[in-house]
Design a protein around this ligand. Structure first.
Ligand SMILES: Cc1ncc(COP(=O)(O)O)c(C=O)c1O
Length: 366
């Protein structure tokens, strides 16, 4: 087997090769300081530069307006499930949430600590295989904000457009698994968060992009580590941040720029996903999980005719250097995660393997 394989992991996931190679050098000696990036103080001039560069690059790549703060926190995307209602939701008010899978449910389940939750749209009836839209969406009266998960990592569904917001409500998005996979108009959002470990870098850092006017006045008194505004004003350095995570995110933003930015990234991602979806649509051995119009370009979910064949597929794919293809336990089958850094050749190799496997097991039944 080659030194590196095609890693279809949903996250932590594969990173751009050039970024890893640069990081290998910087682990030893960062910016000619004689000190490796893991060993630098988060308050010295070298890390000032890292912070400045990561923020500037993030702003440039995402075309983030000046009235939005960019910062990072620890505790994963999961901590944002309570951070959002803690900062924004008064105890006598309601927030609306789209229920589109496990990650959305994790957020929904934390709201009651602070206020009232209203499910404004749900795809639970079909094991989250589609995105609620049109008359499947019913907002509450005057919600403070509307939250959605822009890409459902486990189910393989993706919002193609952000949902509308009623009245004065602002939009909150968990973009952990599709941030910076395509251009998005961030000015439409009150707050966006994303765990870094899919499209942006290593685990242990969460990127936040938030309207300054929205985070300025938390609705209740909160411990310092829970105040968005403080974290933003301290550039994510109120306490010791995951310095390596912030550094690597900066490298990844620069890599996206070098690929031609988000428009080029989107074309590349569309092309990679189409290679696999076009094959799935052309045959009847593999069944996709997600509804066609809501399919994700990042996570592709599909099944063989029965579970024994799913297990054999995963095992034989692994032996061919196509690794980490098992679907999440809640839906089974397979999941191919093909984030920004995942190479096109890996998608071609997967389709070749799928073709051969389907041919070999043609006629298999459920
Ligand atoms: C969409 C989404 N939200 C939240 C999470 C949870 O992230 P973390 O493990 O960083 O808390 C994940 C993890 O895969 C995810 O895919």
């Amino acid at each position: 087997m080659s030194e590196r394989v095609y890693n279809f992991s949903a996250g932590p996931a594969c990173l751009p090769e050039s970024v890893i190679k640069q990081a290998q050098k910087d682990l030893w000696n960062h910016m000619d300081s004689g000190i490796g990036i893991l060993e630098h103080s988060h308050r010295n001039k070298y890390f000032d530069k890292v912070t400045e560069q990561t923020e500037a690059s993030c702003r440039e790549v995402g075309n983030i307006p000046d009235d939005m703060a960019i910062f990072w926190m620890q505790g994963g995307a999961t901590s944002q499930c309570y951070m959002v209602p803690a900062n924004f939701l008064p105890s006598d008010r309601t927030a609306d949430y789209f229920q589109t899978g496990k990650w959305a449910n994790d957020s929904i389940n934390e709201v009651h600590h602070y206020g009232t939750v209203h499910i404004c749209g749900s795809s639970k009836d079909k094991n989250y295989s589609y995105i609620p839209k049109g008359d499947q969406v019913q907002y509450s009266d005057n919600p403070v904000y509307v939250q959605f998960t822009s890409n459902n990592t486990i189910m393989g569904t993706e919002f193609k457009d952000e949902p509308a917001t009623p009245g004065d409500a602002f939009l909150v998005a968990d973009m952990s698994s599709n941030i910076y996979s395509r251009p998005m108009d961030f000015s439409k959002f009150g707050l966006v968060y994303a765990g870094a470990q899919k499209n942006l870098g290593p685990s242990g850092t969460t990127l936040l992009i938030a309207k300054k006017s929205i985070i300025e006045n938390p609705v209740r008194e909160l411990p310092k580590m829970m105040q968005f505004d403080l974290m933003a004003k301290k550039e994510g350095r109120y306490n010791t941040p995951n310095t390596f995570g912030v550094y690597l995110m900066g490298q990844v933003f620069d890599w996206i720029k070098a690929q031609g930015g988000l428009t080029a990234m989107a074309e590349y991602n569309r092309e990679k996903a189409a290679l696999i979806y076009d094959f799935i649509d052309s045959q009847d051995f593999f069944t996709p999980h997600a509804a066609k119009e809501d399919r994700s370009d990042m996570n592709i979910t599909f099944k063989c005719p029965n579970e024994e064949l799913d297990a054999l597929f995963i095992q034989q794919a692994e032996a061919k250097g196509l690794t980490t293809l098992a679907g999440h336990r809640s839906i089974g089958g397979m999941r191919a995660s093909i984030y920004n850094a995942f190479p096109r050749e890996g998608c071609v190799a997967l389709v070749e393997f799928m073709k051969a496997f389907a041919h070999e097991h043609a006629g298999a039944t459920a």
